[in-house]
Design a protein. Sequence first.
Length: 155
Amino acid sequence: MSSVIVPADLSDDRVVALVQDHLDEMEPTAPQEARHALDLSGLQSPSVHLFTALFDGAPVALGAVAFFDERRGELKSMRTSARVRGQGLGRQMLNHLIAHAKSSGLKDLYLETGTHELFAPARAMYHSAGFRPCPPYGSYVANEHSIHMHLSLDF
């Protein structure tokens, strides 16, 4: 499945619905303090570059890069609509976000994802893209619900 990836428009109710679906799906996977998905206000930060994948003009996937500084950033809000999962849109979004991070000058890209079985396909995708487990970074603390990963963009 091929899509067009564009900067996300948070005034589009369909994009807002994807964000809410993401938050709703995360709720049963870990206690609140171990869920780190950004809500709408977090996604509106100038340090967050949010993108959406459009298929037939409809937003079907999300992904963001949150910039810590000029060298380091973090993947956030990776989400593919349940109705189109397994068709390569997550990989397209991941590739787009990595390219965006590199073209923005980042040298290190991090992510936090869950240990719940729901996240197994995402963990496999991140691993196949070169992300490797790392210690918690930033304000994260180690817990049984999170896995932290890193990708060097200095290649």
